[in-house]
Design a protein around this ligand. Structure first.
Ligand code: WT7
Length: 648
């Protein structure tokens, strides 16, 4: 982040006090910070009491073997019971759990907690019949339909960790995840709706399963679009054939608090995605508590809507586990943001709490306020943001245009690894500053440090670290304890390094400044530069590749690639750029497709051969190229810039 941006941010002086009525009735008040400070474990134990336990824990936290944490040791619970059964038992069976809105107009379903319980039980029975046992991994590759929630909860019920793979990922990406966690069963659909058209999913599963040999025994397929699918009689099973006819009675087993709940793959700084492991008791405690406190959820009256896809951690923590554990009523929408459709949904369902990403807000800003102004959104009372820093302009627009200047905006910082929101305003307590995620939540300990792990103090920038374990923290990387230690805990002993730069302002509030490692953030999705580089180099015409995230007005960052072609490929032919973009899409998925690819004769390298991405970033962001004195060959940048000038 440039000094210019830093000083611009520090000049931001607007403050938004919590609305008086919200503050007066807030779920959490100021005293929570002090209470958590004086007894952190007691604080989280109290949060855990909000759940139903089979057996209560003997020990809140076992941190005797850091960085491997164990929370609620000795306790047992079932995540699906906490998300559905207990609400039915409490007399809320008729309450709507999910107002599902399909992409095609008028394709909607309301699902009550009682219906959800029956469906989850049926699916759990069907999975059992397919041989799924506690501990087996099940992959889920599905569109945003209610069955994806049912599938996740059915796995949780059985204690079979799920790994949900975003439907936009390629067959190759799916295959590598299936292999890494050795999934026995894949749950998918024939297809889903995307921008008005049916888009197939099953062919990618077929291809992925093929690549993994005889690992996957069954593919369970939901009929969503009705499109034709290839069928393997011995392996493929229709959801409606086995789930619909299964019994809606299912006796749940109580699992140990540390039993694996799911694995979510996310990009790291190397080519190989990391399998983030979350377990049951701490994760459910952390997500349900933060969903209740940060969004000030009133389960009786609120209608909550998180626009994230279930294929990302936000969908797991704040669409499935947090809200359902809290017995919330929520909206789930199959499609992507389009003009007025979101606001129509807010109006139709009288949404009160709305949680989305800055990239979506900036897209709507570009389209103009006339569109949202055409809808009645007076039901909204609280707005949330997640995924990347929200710039003050987008924050103000969100607050004024979507929130009618009456709703607090909570900018929530967290990660796939943290599982739960870590840094955020509390809507009934905090006077929000546009662009700042403010303070660590009660029970969370964060700081900004310098290279030597010293606190930078107010007014300074450095690296964001977390100082104490928290309930929903990742427990390890699937099958790779060493990489878990190396990635997060090795830079400074005893501190979790998040990979983000941050600044403390004069009041000690935290401003997130983006990643400081080789990880990009495109539309709030995490992508690894190295992973895209390996995808490019796997193309026969490419000799070398370097990828950088360049600033982009809408998506935050955009993927920009610089490639050197192999001699034999000549100039690569007229369609080389498109060919390579498609190749990346095939290897990883459409989200990773570079916005720009430049074919260059050389890449800037230090004498030790390290690519200086900083200089490439200057080119991609059309800036004066910075200091080149450490380059092995200082004329390289001139060659690259000449290419840029001549690019079509
Ligand atoms: C990275 C984590 C958390 C769910 C979505 C992304 C960035 C996330 C914020 C925020 C500034 C943010 C960070 C973080 N990030 N939220 N409110 N302000 N930056 O999860 O894919 O695991 O990415 O997203 O850089 O490290 P993820």
């Amino acid at each position: 982040m440039s000094d210019q941006t830093l000083s611009n941010l520090s000049r931001e002086e607007r403050r938004f006090e919590p609305p008086a009525d919200l503050a007066a009735n807030a779920n959490v008040t100021e005293e929570a910070y002090a209470r958590a400070d004086s007894d952190r474990e007691g604080f989280w134990a109290e949060a855990a009491e909000r759940l139903d336990w089979g057996r209560k824990w003997d020990q809140v936290l076992d941190w005797s073997n850091p960085p491997f944490a164990k929370w609620f040791v000795g306790g047992t619970l079932n995540a699906s019971v906490n998300c559905v059964d207990r609400h039915v038992e409490a007399g809320n069976g008729d309450k709507v759990a999910i107002h599902w809105v399909g992409e095609p107009e008028d394709d909607t379903r309301d699902i009550t907690y009682a219906q959800l319980k029956d469906e989850v039980s049926r699916a759990a029975n069907a999975l059992t019949d397919l041989g799924v046992r506690k501990g087996d991994r099940v992959a889920i590759y599905m569109p945003m339909i209610p069955e994806v929630v049912v599938a996740m909860l059915a796995c949780a019920r059985l204690g079979a960790p799920h790994t949900v793979v975003f439907g936009g990922f390629s067959a190759d990406a799916l295959a590598s995840r299936l292999t890494d966690c050795e999934a026995k069963v894949v749950i998918t659909a024939d297809g889903g709706y995307r921008r008005g058209a049916a888009s197939a999913l099953k062919p990618a599963v077929d291809e992925a399963v093929e690549k993994t040999g005889d690992l996957v025994r069954n593919v369970l397929v939901v009929r969503r679009t009705g499109q034709d699918v290839a069928w393997d009689e011995g392996r493929d099973v229709w959801w409606h054939d086995v789930v619909d006819s299964a019994s809606s009675e299912h006796e749940p087993e109580m699992h140990e608090a540390e039993h694996p709940l799911y694995v979510m793959y996310t990009s790291g700084t190397t080519g190989k995605p990391k399998g983030i492991l979350h377990t049951t008791g701490g994760y459910l405690t952390g997500t349900s508590y933060t969903h209740w406190s940060v969004f000030d959820l009133k389960p009786e009256t609120d209608v909550y809507w998180c626009t994230a896809d279930v294929g990302w951690v936000t969908g797991h923590s704040y669409m499935v586990y947090g809200p359902l554990a809290n017995g919330a009523t929520q909206v789930m929408y199959e499609g992507t943001p389009e003009k007025g459709r979101w606001w129509q949904i807010v109006q139709d369902y009288k949404v009160t709490i709305f949680y989305t990403a800055p990239t979506a807000i900036r897209t709507f800003m570009k389209q103009g306020r006339e569109i949202p102004d055409g809808y009645d959104m007076s039901s909204l009372r609280l707005l949330g943001s997640v995924g990347e820093p929200i710039n003050p302009e987008a924050y103000i627009w969100y607050r004024e245009v979507i929130g009618g200047s009456r709703c607090p905006v909570v900018d929530t910082w967290w990660q796939t690894e943290t599982g739960q929101i870590m840094i955020s305003p509390l809507p009934g307590v905090t006077a929000g500053k546009p662009g700042s995620a403010m303070k660590a939540l009660p029970g969370i300990s964060a700081d900004v440090v310098d290279d030597e792990a010293h606190s930078v103090g107010n007014g300074n920038g450095g690296y964001l670290v977390l100082k104490e374990p928290w309930p929903a923290m990742l427990r390890t990387l699937w099958g790779d304890d060493q990489r878990f230690k190396d990635t997060y805990w090795s830079r400074w002993p005893g501190l979790y390094f998040a990979g983000d730069g941050a600044k403390l302002d004069e009041d000690g509030d935290i401003w997130l400044l983006g990643r400081v490692d080789d990880v990009m953030n495109v539309s709030g999705h995490r992508l690894s530069t190295t992973e895209i580089e390996s995808a490019l180099v796997s193309h026969p015409k490419v000799a070398e590749a370097a990828v950088v995230g360049a600033a982009d007005e809408t998506t935050g960052q955009a993927v920009c690639a610089f490639v050197i072609l192999r001699e034999a490929a000549g100039d690569g032919g007229p369609d080389i750029v498109e060919e390579l973009r498609k190749h990346v899409q095939k290897e990883i998925g459409a989200i990773a497709k570079p916005r720009q690819i430049m074919v260059v004769p050389e890449l800037p390298k230090t004498r030790s051969g390290k690519i200086m991405r900083r200089l490439l970033k200057d080119v991609a962001e059309h800036r004066e190229v910075g200091d080149v004195t450490t380059l092995a060959d200082s004329t390289v940048m001139d060659l690259i810039k000449t290419k840029e000038g001549s690019a079509p």
